[in-house]
Ligand binder design. Structure first.
Ligand SMILES: Cc1cc2nc3c(=O)[nH]c(=O)nc-3n(C[C@H](O)[C@H](O)[C@H](O)COP(=O)(O)OP(=O)(O)OC[C@H]3O[C@@H](n4cnc5c(N)ncnc54)[C@H](O)[C@@H]3O)c2cc1C
Length: 381
């Protein structure tokens, strides 16, 4: 006889653990299967997140998971021009995902979920879930296996990515840096996210790049450094997949394309996917009404759908332009725009900042000439 659970979750990271927490909280049995040897490892995340996002996810960073606060973001253009945004109002912090995921695992467990590491999902055959540690029976299966399942289906949306944890004097505590260069990082950028004084995560991503070569060159140009950890993990930049729910299979998080198309940040939007999925699965289990399951998709799209559509468009436009055009865009950025973004904008819903940064409302004619007429679709009203 196979063990029976109301819900089986494949993938014990932010979206799987939050789904499990919400399902367990409502009194259902749930088992999380994590392929890795440890929840939170290997960490493939910069850990940049807003405090308001974590609050909405019901996570208060602990002493172990909190790394530092971010006060500013500095953006570099290919020719070296740069500007800084004061981000203190946006209350952005850096978390250690190895620890944060363990915190959420603890929340899930305290609500009644079971978690097993070194346990891989293999196949779903009707209601039977085949895994490396045996077969299980369930009423709902939740797929939270991350971008790997998208990579197998649609290679176009996947960008090779490298992120190294580095000790270096040039890493400034409290400041995130972003480097635009369409030749070195086509369609994306390089980044530095501090995790403390002289330590941080340095990453590169771009369409069809050799991520190893690109990160090595980037680091070489920065000065002296020591690398203490390397990860290579693809990011997905095409936004949500068409359908999150198929029969009694629910797809959540990176596996459903729920990370931001502009930056691939996914702690908040994938985590919310887990919360909406958990709530909807519970309603389905209580009522047996199938539409309750797909209501998860409606909840997620109501919250993130419009913003993600704009981000996809912004990404499309920006990935088409060359370095010369990127450099020209710098001239649209005025101190008033920077001030406006610093005071008002939202880290989690940030296309408003992109529109302001490109000075689009005021210089639409010039921007349109440079970038193309699609730019109009980004502007509200
Ligand atoms: C380099 C990099 C930097 C990033 N930086 C940031 C950032 O600064 N801020 C931010 O918000 N987001 C960032 N992200 C995105 C963020 O990490 C993801 O969006 C988020 O972790 C998605 O969570 P998830 O639970 O959906 O998937 P994942 O975190 O990818 O977890 C999937 C889990 O499934 C497990 N798994 C896979 N296959 C199986 C299987 N067959 N059986 C059982 N388990 C399996 C994996 O081991 C893994 O634990 C970054 C991503 C990358 C790659």
């Amino acid at each position: 006889m196979t063990d029976m659970y109301d819900v089986i979750v494949a993938g014990g990271s932010i979206s799987g653990l939050l789904t499990a927490r919400e399902v367990a909280k409502r009194g259902h049995s749930v088992l999380v299967l994590e392929e890795g040897f440890e929840v939170g490892s290997p960490e493939h995340c910069g850990g940049l997140v807003s405090e308001s996002a974590l609050k909405e996810l019901g996570i208060e960073p602990s002493e172990k998971s909190f790394e530092c606060k971010i006060d500013s973001a500095k953006v570099f253009f290919p020719n070296g021009d740069n500007f800084s945004i004061d981000s203190r109002n946006q209350e952005i912090i850096v978390v250690n995902r190895r620890e944060l995921d363990k915190q959420v695992a603890r929340q899930a467990k305290d609500n009644g979920a079971e978690i097993i590491v070194k346990a891989s999902f293999k196949n779903k055959n009707s209601n039977i879930i085949e895994t490396s540690i045996g077969n299980f029976d369930c009423k709902v299966f939740v797929d939270c296996r991350g971008t790997s399942i998208l990579a197998n289906k649609n290679k176009d949306g996947i960008y090779p990515t490298a992120q190294y944890e580095v000790y270096a004097d040039w890493i400034k505590k409290d400041q995130v840096e972003v480097y635009l260069d369409q030749e070195k990082f086509p369609g994306f950028f390089a980044w530095i996210i501090p995790s403390g004084n002289g330590v941080g995560k340095v990453g590169v991503s771009g369409n069809s790049i050799s991520s190893v070569q690109a990160i090595n060159e980037f680091l070489k140009n920065k000065g002296k450094f020591s690398v203490i950890r390397k990860i290579y993990a693809p990011i997905w930049i095409k936004g949500p997949i068409k359908q999150f729910v198929h029969g009694n299979t629910v797809i959540v998080g990176d596996a459903a394309g729920q990370a931001k198309p502009t930056t691939a940040g996914g702690i908040f939007s994938c985590g919310m996917g887990g919360i909406f999925a958990g709530q909807s699965i519970s309603k389905y289990l209580k009522t047996n009404i199938e539409s309750e399951l797909s209501n998860y998709e409606t909840l997620w799209r109501n919250k993130f759908g419009k913003e993600f559509e704009k981000q996809i468009l912004a990404r499309k436009i920006l990935s088409r332009i060359d370095n010369k055009t990127v450099n020209k865009l710098y001239s649209f950025i005025t101190p008033e725009i920077i001030n406006d973004i610093s005071k008002k904008d939202d880290f989690d819903f940030h296309t408003g900042s992109i529109i302001k940064l490109l000075g689009l409302k005021r210089s639409l004619g010039t921007a349109q000439a440079l970038i193309g007429s699609e730019i109009k679709k980004l502007i509200p009203g």
